[in-house]
Design a protein around this ligand. Structure first.
Ligand code: GNR
Ligand code: NI
Length: 174
């Protein structure tokens, strides 16, 4: 298992649409292991493959608390079957938008189908933070970030800040 570099905004790669996985084989499972290790190291509660530069429709999520047993969940080619009319709002963050947080409103519950770690087809009814996280990660597969839901002004301020931080970091590293 390898910890990979997480891409951060602004990066055109994050805006790319991810492609379906044809078969869940050992290469895909190895990628999922890397994604999980990268997510735990960050740390975060979810990660989409595109965040480590791989444009495949793969998501990993683990909502377990620090003192609990780990509970990794793997979603390959996830599709939303139904979402609730009722919305819920959570303060969201994103490993690709470091240190920025905002209240985002999304459907409160959703039902998805996907392939699991073994490549078996499954369905899941998610609510609360899991529903939010699944939708946040599925947005990544379409090249969408949570800041896209903010006002133009708020979004541009965040992107400007992140661009500046990146330039400063480059100067330090080079
Ligand atoms: O670690 C993360 N926390 C989080 C909090 C609220 C809503 C969504 C998330 S996902 C985020 C990790 C991430 O960027 N996944 O793409
Ligand atoms: Ni994210």
């Amino acid at each position: 298992m390898t910890i990979r570099k997480i891409l951060t905004e602004p990066d055109p790669f994050l805006r790319q649409k991810s492609e379906n996985v044809e078969k869940v084989d050992d290469n895909i499972r190895s990628l999922m292991n890397d994604m999980l290790e990268t997510m735990y190291d960050a740390p975060g509660i979810g990660l989409a493959a595109i965040q480590i530069g791989v444009p495949k429709r793969i998501i990993v999520i683990d909502l377990s608390k620090n003192d609990e047993k780990k509970n990794p969940q793997y979603f390959v080619n996830p599709v939303i079957i139904t979402k609730s009319k009722k919305d819920a709002s959570y303060e969201e963050g994103c490993l690709s938008v470091p240190n920025q947080f905002a209240e985002i409103s999304r459907p409160d519950t959703c039902k998805i189908k996907f392939l699991n770690y073994e490549g078996e087809e499954k369905t899941l009814e998610a609510k609360g933070l899991l529903a939010t996280c699944i939708q946040h990660e599925m947005d990544h597969l379409e090249g969408i970030l949570f800041i896209d839901y903010l006002s133009k002004l708020k979004k541009s301020m965040i992107i400007k800040k992140l661009s500046k931080q990146k330039k400063t970091l480059e100067r330090i590293v080079v």
